[in-house]
Design a protein around this ligand. Structure first.
Ligand code: GDP
Ligand code: ZN
Length: 452
C-alpha cells in the first residue's frame, strides 16, 4: 500500500549504463531533498519545477568533483507523487555510482526496476495502461511505435474504457435497486432494456478487442518470408532492402543453411525479413533441413515475397506456389531485369520487377511492401490494446457481458445477470489496474528498466 512505502526514499541511475555527456541520478521520497542537499553545493535552494546549478561535492575532500544541473519536483506534483530530485551530472559511471552510494549511506535504498513508475501508479497519478505505455515508449523501435505509446501514456486507452465502465456500473446499480425495491412495486429494469444496455457496452469493447491485432503488429512487427528457387536473387534482394531501409536489429547468426533474419522499419512497422534456403527438391540431408525450414517459415510468416529469376521461364513449382499464395498476403518479384528479364502477366498477386544488382525497381518494391504491411494493419483506432494482458482483460469483460446478455434473454432472476455483469466489471477494473493483484503488478513492473 502506497502510504507505507512512500516513506522510503529510493535512488537509481536513470540514464543507460556506460559513459555519456550527461548522466542522471534520480531520488524519490521524503529524504530526497535532504540527501541532495548533503551531496551538492547549491547556490540557491531547490524550488519546485526549477533547474538549479550545483557543484557535486567530493565526499572525501569536500572539493568540487563535478558540476551538475539539479531539478526538483515537490510532492504531490511529481512523476511519482512524492518529492523527486534529479541530479544531471557529467555521465561518468564513477561519479554517478559515487552519488548513488552517498544516497544509500544517507538512508535511501536502491530502486527496483520500474519502481518510479510503480509509485506513480500506486499514488494514482497514472493508471496501469499508462504505466505499461511508459515501458512501450522507452522500448519503441520505430517512431510510429513511440506515437502509439505516447497516446496510451496520455490516457487514450483509459479514456476509451472509462465511459464503458461508468455505463456498466450504472446498469449494475439499476439492477441492484430493482432487486432491493421489488417488494415496494418500484419500476424495475425490464429484460429488453437490459439487453439493449448490454449491447451498447459490447460494441465498443469489440472494437477495442479487435485493435489488439493492430497493437500486436505495432509492437512485434510482421514477418516476411523471402522464398524462391536457388539463384533467383533472394539473398541479393534481402541485402538490397537492408541497405535501403535502416536496419533496426542486427542479423541473427546463421549458416548458409540456416535462416537469416533482419528487421527493417516499413511504414513504422518492424518488418522481419527472413531469407530462406531454396525451395527445390532436397539432394542431401543438410539441404532438406534448409528446405523444411523455408517451408515452415513460409507457413508461419505474415507476408511472403516470392522471388523469380525473370530471365528464365516460370517453373511448374513456381506456378503452383503462385496459385497457393493468391490466398495470402504475398508479393511476386521478377528479379534480374537488368539482363533482359521479362515479366509474364500474373493476375493472382501484386507484381514488381527489380534488379538487385542495379537497384532498378527497388523503390517500387518498397512501395509494394508498404502496401502489404498497411493492408495487414487490422482496424486502426486512436486507442490500441498493446499487450496480451490488456487483451485478456477486455476479452474477459466481453465474456461476462455476453453471458449476462444470454442470461437476460431467458427469464433468469436478475441476481444471475448481475453475477455476470460484476465479472465484466472486475475485468475492466484490472485492465486499468484498479483491482490488479500484487503478483500481476510485480510481474508488469519487473520488466521495466532500472531508474524508470
Ligand atoms: P538466391 O539463391 O535466391 O539467394 O540468389 P542470390 O541472391 O544468391 O543470387 C544468385 C546470383 O544471381 C548471384 O550471382 C547474384 O549476384 C545474381 N543476381 C541476383 N540478383 C541479380 C540481378 O538483379 N541481376 C543480375 N544480373 N544478377 C543478379
Ligand atoms: Zn540465398
Amino acid at each position: 500500500d502506497f502510504s507505507s512505502w512512500s516513506q522510503e526514499t529510493i535512488v537509481a541511475i536513470s540514464t543507460p549504463p556506460g559513459r555519456g555527456g550527461i548522466g542522471v541520478v534520480r531520488l524519490a521520497g521524503p529524504l530526497a531533498v535532504a540527501i541532495a542537499g548533503q551531496l551538492l553545493r547549491l547556490r540557491n535552494p531547490l524550488a519546485h519545477a526549477t533547474a538549479r546549478f550545483a557543484e557535486v561535492i567530493d565526499p572525501e575532500t569536500a572539493a568540487k568533483l563535478d558540476e551538475s544541473v539539479v531539478t526538483f519536483f515537490a510532492a504531490p506534483n511529481s512523476y511519482t507523487g512524492d518529492d523527486i530530485v534529479e541530479i544531471a551530472a557529467h555521465g561518468s559511471p564513477v561519479i554517478l555510482e559515487m552519488l548513488v552510494r552517498q544516497c544509500l549511506n544517507r538512508g535511501a535504498r536502491l530502486a527496483r526496476p520500474g519502481e518510479f513508475t510503480e509509485r506513480a501508479f500506486l499514488s494514482g497519478r497514472i493508471d496501469l495502461t499508462q504505466a505499461e505505455a511508459v515501458k512501450d515508449l522507452i522500448g519503441s523501435q520505430t517512431l510510429y511505435q513511440a506515437r502509439v505509446a505516447a497516446g496510451q501514456m496520455g490516457g487514450a486507452l483509459s479514456r476509451r474504457v472509462h465511459p464503458i465502465k461508468e455505463a456498466l456500473v450504472g446498469l449494475i446499480a439499476r439492477l441492484e435497486a430493482g432487486i432491493d425495491f421489488a417488494e415496494d412495486d418500484i419500476e424495475v429494469a425490464g429484460n429488453p432494456e437490459i439487453l439493449t444496455a448490454v449491447d451498447t457496452l459490447i460494441q465498443p469493447l469489440n472494437t477495442l478487442a479487435a485493435s489488439f491485432e493492430h497493437g500486436r503488429i505495432i509492437h512485434s512487427g510482421l514477418t516476411l518470408a523471402i522464398v524462391g528457387r536457388p539463384n533467383a536473387g533472394k539473398s541479393s534482394l534481402f541485402n538490397a532492402l537492408l541497405k535501403r531501409e535502416r536496419a533496426i536489429v542486427t542479423a541473427s547468426p546463421g549458416t548458409t543453411r540456416d535462416l537469416v533474419t533482419e528487421t527493417v522499419a516499413i511504414g513504422g512497422i518492424p518488418l522481419h525479413l527472413v531469407d530462406t534456403a531454396g525451395l527445390r527438391e532436397a539432394t542431401d540431408e543438410a539441404e532438406s533441413i534448409g528446405i523444411r525450414k523455408s517451408r515452415e517459415t513460409m507457413a508461419d510468416a505474415d507476408l511472403v515475397m516470392l522471388v523469380v529469376d525473370s530471365t528464365l521461364s516460370l517453373a511448374e513449382e513456381e506456378r503452383v506456389l503462385i496459385a497457393t499464395l493468391a490466398e495470402r498476403k504475398a508479393l511476386l518479384v521478377f528479379n534480374k531485369s537488368d539482363i533482359g528479364g521479362h515479366t509474364p502477366a500474373i493476375s493472382e498477386l501484386p507484381t514488381v520487377q527489380t534488379s538487385a544488382l542495379t537497384g532498378e525497381g527497388m523503390a517500387e518494391l518498397q512501395d509494394a511492401l508498404l502496401a502489404l504491411v498497411s493492408s495487414s494493419g487490422a482496424v486502426e483506432t486512436d486507442a490500441v490494446l498493446t499487450s496480451l494482458r490488456q487483451h485478456e482483460e477486455v476479452s474477459g469483460a466481453l465474456k461476462g457481458l455476453l453471458a449476462a446478455r444470454a442470461a437476460a434473454a431467458t427469464n433468469i432472476p436478475h441476481e444471475m445477470v448481475l453475477l455476470d455483469l460484476y465479472s465484466a466489471l472486475r475485468h475492466l477494473d484490472s485492465l486499468t489496474g484498479e483491482t490488479t493483484p500484487d503478483d500481476v503488478l510485480n510481474l508488469i513492473f519487473s520488466t521495466f528498466c532500472i531508474g524508470k
